[in-house]
Design a protein around this ligand. Structure first.
Ligand code: GDP
Length: 424
């Protein structure tokens, strides 16, 4: 594998962090190219258990250089907190192994307030934001109303620009939402307490990546969330505010000329979805609770119980197409071991018609799942390390999914630990 992107095929939380942690062994550089600290990758390895929000999952490997690209929502406050958290557990971070793009836009303190205030205003019509300021941040980025990380090196202009932005944002905060205005003292405190701390890590990561590529270094692009949360291709407006697709990796990483040779699409062996929005294959009641408990499906950032359901072939097939996945990592197959019969959502029923193409977002609320059942294997598969270690029923389940989604399943994950993997 030369350059590779690891992306989510579904609604996020598919186990991408665990796959990046595993595959970084073969890579020199890991780049996060979009999104912010609003989701979490959980990684378990010899250093402990970590919930990463913004840091690339390659930070645990010695010799791997990690990049936060220009496409991310760079929140200096949370990033600095996360950096302290991982270093307190023995992970080494330095400008040698962590590089922050000077072209990454900064998530400003009021972005979080705006998120919170707007969700409160929407009340029961809310989008289910994690209130990390991501949507207000990206709106302002595209309005050109934020600052770049590299601007921190131009203190005079920076303060003038921040003052203008603050005066503009205070109008919305006070007049629209009746909230307290920001002051320059508050921004100074923000600059000193976190921005100054991350400054040593900021550099021209575009130049760095170009050089790394020309030296034949292998680059891994790491995404957050999944296809169905992509701003352009997902279940709008219940998407995130950035592009979660592999096609965005070259732009968001700082290496627009990058060719992505492999796209590893991560699919969970069942479905989960955090927050609001249509989720056709959703299970309810005891059946849902049992799956949630077995899969430990509670948000890494918010602790919110995730909505759960059987694997959704219609959505997954669409997700594979959107990502142009070349191979699949199927995760959490071990979680299904308790089931007598394993449900699979094979089609949707929409307006009396059985469909296998993922419909337009607004049509999703009228779609009903068509469920087929497969035999369970009813034994512990977490020790499986090769295809033949898997019971026949598990193999049949994997092969059925592979055929339906039209992409080879190369990795089958049977536990959260780094080595709990079957590679076909
Ligand atoms: P990400 O955001 O896509 O990285 O996914 P999350 O970290 O939110 O969710 C994946 C969760 O499942 C984490 O707690 C992982 O430790 C766990 N996990 C990943 N792969 C497996 C697996 O194969 N089996 C089990 N039981 N847990 C897994």
């Amino acid at each position: 594998m030369a350059n590779c992107a690891i992306v989510g095929i579904n609604w996020g939380d598919e186990g991408k962090g665990r796959m990046v942690d595993l595959l970084t062994e073969d890579y020199d550089v890991v780049v996060r190219f979009q999104g912010g600290g609003n989701a979490g990758h959980t990684v378990i390895n010899e250093k402990g258990k970590f919930a990463l929000h913004l840091l690339p999952s390659g930070i645990f490997r010695n010799g791997v250089i990690n990049v936060l690209g220009n496409g991310v929502a760079l929140d200096p406050e949370n990033l600095w907190k996360e950096m302290q958290e991982v270093t307190s557990k023995g992970v080494e971070l330095s400008p040698e192994n962590l590089k922050i793009s000077d072209r990454a836009s900064l998530l400003l303190p009021w972005h979080r307030d705006m998120d919170e205030l707007e969700e409160k205003r929407l009340a029961d019509k809310k989008y289910g934001s994690t209130k990390q300021g991501i949507a207000p941040f990206y709106s302002d980025k595209y309005q050109k109303k934020t600052i770049l990380a590299g601007d921190l090196f131009f203190p005079e202009e920076l303060r003038m620009h921040l003052k203008e932005l603050m005066e503009w944002k205070n109008l919305t905060l006070t007049l629209v939402y009746g909230a307290e205005p920001y002051t320059m003292e508050m921004l100074e405190e923000w600059l000193q307490s976190c921005c100054e701390r991350i400054k040593p890590y900021i550099c021209n990561t575009g130049d760095f990546l170009k050089k790394a590529e020309s030296e034949g270094k292998k680059i891994l692009f790491e995404a957050q969330l999944g296809s169905l949360r992509d701003l352009d291709y997902g279940i709008y407006p219940y998407t995130t505010s950035s592009n979660t697709t592999a096609a965005y990796a070259p732009i968001g990483s700082g290496l627009p000329s990058a060719k992505i040779d492999e796209v590893v699409g991560v699919v969970k062996a069942y479905s989960t979805c955090v927050g609001e929005g249509p989720f056709v294959c959703e299970m309810f009641g005891d059946e849902a609770e049992e799956l949630r408990k077995n899969g430990f499906e509670y948000g890494a950032k918010t602790g919110r119980p995730r909505r759960v359901g059987p694997i959704d072939i219609v959505a997954t097939h669409y997700g594979v197409e959107v990502q142009a996945a070349t191979e699949i990592a199927l995760t959490k197959l071990d979680v299904l071991s308790y089931m007598d019969k394993i449900p699979v959502c094979t089609h949707y029923l929409l307006n009396g018609e059985q469909i296998d193409r993922f419909p337009f977002p607004s049509a999703l609320k009228n779609a009903k799942p068509v469920i087929e059942y497969f035999d369970g294997w009813k034994c512990d598969i977490s020790g499986a390390r090769s295809w033949n270690d898997l019971p026949k029923a598990a193999q049949e389940y994997v092969m059925f999914i592979e055929k339906q989604i039209g992409c080879p399943i190369k990795y089958i994950s049977v536990g959260p630990e780094r080595d709990s993997i079957v590679i076909r």
